[in-house]
Write a protein that binds this ligand. Structure first.
Ligand code: GAL
Length: 385
């Protein structure tokens, strides 16, 4: 490893799966890399352009090597990687710990070292590693360790993105197995129900991630608005812009990687504003990567709660979420964060979506939150007397 900082904070980028699934090709990846730069996403911190499943032929070549589908990638993968690199971005690909990928292409089982060398020769910087068609006599830990070893010995810094959907208590062993991120959930869908279910499922897992090993709650659906070509992910409707803002806020404060899943060549202004909100991104990218703690609203804790993430500069990132279907109040009592007004300490609250400084509060902050909405703050402890 040359880069000691690889994966220190959650990776940010784009992945082809949510919108395009099998419908991927050279032109799409190049146009996406272009859009990453021209839209401002790169300047906002997004770095990786990742090709998911369905990029190869269904058979390896006579030497057992993976072969990019020549119809989808007529110039091969190195050419794609070179193009992505020429834009100052990093390039990611996908394989699987089983005999086949989830969509039925060759997986890396018993080809781990050969495939890692292939990826390195193409200039790959990130490998998403799935869990389909895993031989039942093998445990996931062994297989993820094996690919991790292969990547560490391939001569190139390749970020290792494990994707076993939270099986086998992955949070207990994945950091020592050497992955920089680990998928902890089943697949996201472009719906409010899915966003809510995935976020709630990880609230008790925040202590298992930290710098260099991040809990991946799955790729973002922000801005998809039903634009997937895959019925399971969501072809119709999608979510409202407010729901996408809440989704982005949850993923950011829970320290999930921020991997965009929409078509970034045609984002609306609202989508750009959400994905490029610098105050929210800063919360996600804090170098200490401390997990947030949870404070439920006393009279409605199932639907309404706050997440509080201590930041490395001594401020607090505070998200107040209303996952319920009615407008609700969240009253955040500062005592629940260990801040006593008797000690003369208040919080100066800057709203990360309106970017307004709302002033100094003592004892509590009470706000009305729209259904499926949120309030996000950066709060600075200040002496009030
Ligand atoms: C799933 C994975 C998805 C996507 C898909 C490709 O197992 O969770 O994120 O990679 O496979 O077939």
């Amino acid at each position: 490893m040359q880069n000691k900082y690889l994966g220190m904070t959650p990776p940010m980028g784009w992945n082809s799966w949510n919108t395009f699934t099998w419908n991927i090709n050279d032109a799409l990846i190049r146009e996406t890399a272009d859009a990453m730069v021209s839209s401002g996403l790169k300047d906002a911190g997004y770095e990786y352009v990742v090709i998911d499943d369905c990029w190869s032929l269904k058979q390896r070549d006579e030497n057992g090597n993976l072969v990019p589908d020549p119809e989808k990638f007529p110039h091969g993968m190195k050419a794609v990687a070179d193009y992505v690199h020429s834009k100052g971005l990093k390039f990611g690909m996908y394989s699987c710990d089983g005999t086949h990928t989830c969509a039925g292409y060759p997986g890396s089982f018993e080809h781990e070292f050969q495939d890692a060398a292939t990826f390195a020769s193409w200039g790959v910087d990130y490998l998403k590693y799935d869990n389909c068609y895993k031989p039942s006599h093998m445990d996931g830990e062994t297989l993820y360790r094996r690919m991790s070893l292969a990547l560490r010995n391939c001569g190139r810094d390749i970020m290792f993105s494990a994707c076993n959907w939270g099986h086998e208590d992955v949070h207990n062993w994945i950091q020592s197995a050497g992955a920089q991120l680990f998928r902890s959930t089943g697949d996201i869908q472009d719906s409010w129900e899915s966003i809510k279910t995935l976020a709630l499922s990880q609230l008790d897992k925040t202590q298992f991630s930290g710098p260099f090993c991040h809990n991946d709650i799955d790729m973002l659906v922000v801005g998809m608005h039903g634009g997937s070509n895959n019925e399971f992910i969501g072809k119709i409707g999608g979510c409202t812009d407010e729901e996408y803002r809440t989704h982005f806020s949850l993923w950011a404060i829970m320290n999930s990687p921020l991997m965009i899943g929409c078509d970034i060549r045609s984002m609306s202004d609202a989508t750009k504003e959400t994905l490029m909100n610098p105050d929210i991104i800063a919360i996600n990218q804090d170098i200490e990567c401390r997990g947030p703690y949870h404070i439920g609203q006393w009279n409605n804790p199932e639907a309404v709660f706050a997440l509080v993430k201590p930041m490395s500069d001594g401020t607090l990132a505070i998200g107040m979420f209303n996952l319920g279907d009615k407008r609700n109040e969240m009253s955040l009592q500062f005592w629940d964060m260990g801040i006593s007004s008797a000690a003369g300490i208040g919080l100066e609250m800057v709203n990360c979506w309106t970017h307004e400084n709302e002033g100094v509060f003592t004892e509590r902050y009470a706000g009305q939150i729209e259904p499926h909405g949120c309030l996000m703050f950066r709060a600075k402890p200040v002496k009030v007397r």
